[in-house]
Design a protein around this ligand. Sequence first.
Ligand SMILES: [Zn+2]
Length: 437
Amino acid sequence: MRFAMKMAVFREFFILSAIIVSFANAGKHDIYSGFTVHGVKLTSPSHAKLVHDLEVSLDLDVWQHGAVALSDALVMVSPQNKQQFLEELEKNGVEHYLHLEDVAKAFEEHDAEIERFQGTRTNRMVFESYPRYAEIDAYLERIAAAYPDIVTLVNAGTSWEGRAIKYLKISTTNFEDTSKPIYVMDAMIHAREWVTTPVALYSIHRLVEDLQEQDRDLLENIDWIIHPLVNPDGYEYTHTTVRLWRRTRSFYPEVSQTCYGVDANRNFNVSFNTVGVSSDPCSDVYPGHLAFSEPETEIVKAILEDNVDRIQIYMNIHSYGNWVLYGFGSGDLPSNVAHIHHVGAAMGAAMDAVKLPAAGYYLVGNSALILYATSGSAQDYGQHIGIPFSYTLELPGYGMDFRVPPQYVDHINAETWRGIATTARLARSYYLARNAN
Ligand SMILES: [Zn+2]
């Protein structure tokens, strides 16, 4: 009896130890164990359509849709649907290759790389790596407190989970000189696109803390609204729990008992819920049960609508792919498309001039004609309500997809700032020409 009890205790202890050991060994990204990412060559429109069809039927996570003859699609598949996915490609004669053999390991390595990088940089600025919500918030507060003459901090409301959503208004005339155009920039509407917020924060830095003589016109002649973290709940969730989370974190039990969030960049009230969306509330392109169901998109809407008379340009920043895209997501072109293309192409060219060899050249065009049809996007909403120049910017991925190494962030910041400065000046010249007539 005593021996049996002893054995039972020993067994309990053994099981407990095994559980502790397995927890200790559990990787942060274990949910991606066995997941692979495949590059798909798109040599004809039928290949792109196949990827879209499989995305829905196999519920795949398409990291990059690619463009026919221009760039490959990158598709993440689970161990369960890998075989079927590859068979469908083979059956249709589509060329493919393995891009990532082990998604879990790849993100463990990326985390370690970020940790190492941050350890080696003392006095690191917030935009030099991948800051968390609290650091971003502290930076906005600090800039507003230190530069009260030109910076106004706006506390715009709260996210679904209750985080304060803040943005900065930057102006030498307190937004009172109505002869100036307004430039609106926002980032991180898609939570996993980590490199986007540093670009917005760096733009603040260049306008406020580190204004260089050649950029004085940008501060003096233009009013700026910079909103660096559109989707803070989703973003924090990518840091704590699910690295590849893209959506918001809202929960509507009457719509779905199991799935949280919507694709905020399909949630705007412009051709809402028509093309490039899924009715499955668990899909990464689920637009929501109503336009503007999300507090986060309501805030973007308010920024654009409250200032629409003077906003000349809206830049909605994403990662990755080296694209400067404009509306409409249906493939219909805005009436001033020649102007939009001109300013977008000048932006791409300015960034290409200083690009790293590992990056592709920027491609510029209508988002539906060169990529794929979408509806309810921020880009389209801006164009739709009357902003003359409304863009989706996809930053470089350097072949590293969402795992842009932290040592590249400085370069992306500086390169993109050149592009932003170019668009700001050109768009202003259109603004002055229009107002002179
Ligand atoms: Zn995106």
